[in-house]
Design a protein around this ligand. Structure first.
Ligand code: SF4
Ligand code: F3S
Length: 106
């Protein structure tokens, strides 16, 4: 499966969802996740994300390893998003910052 990681938090550009052939993205207040049971590993979403938040499960940087479980858990609770929309209002500012996981609204 593919996994959305920290860089998405407080940005939520949503370009990723338009290319997903199986609509496996789910949307929360300030973050998106991928449902690992639906993702078909096509990799189309990876280059669409302006902040490079999406990784193949096998390529997850160590510091983001727990995002695999975070995606699986939140995908069960959040609704599917199949069409892109405007990024969050302060996306450009947050795109530059690291250490954003503390701001994940679950
Ligand atoms: Fe969707 Fe493909 Fe990305 Fe999986 S890898 S989330 S199937 S676009
Ligand atoms: Fe998030 Fe990137 Fe998609 S910021 S919403 S993973 S395009």
């Amino acid at each position: 499966t593919y996994v959305v990681t920290e860089n998405c938090i407080r940005c939520k550009y949503t370009d990723c969802v338009d290319v997903c052939p199986v609509d496996c993205f789910h949307e929360g207040p300030n973050f998106l996740v991928i449902d690992p049971e639906e993702c078909i590993d096509c990799s189309l979403c990876v280059p669409e994300c302006p902040v490079e938040a999406i990784y193949a499960e096998g390529d997850l940087p160590t510091e983001f390893a727990d995002f695999h479980a975070i995606n699986a858990d939140l995908a069960k609770r959040w609704p599917i998003i199949a069409t892109s929309h405007e990024p969050l209002p302060e996306a450009e500012r947050w795109a530059e910052l690291e250490g954003k996981r503390q701001f994940l609204d679950a």
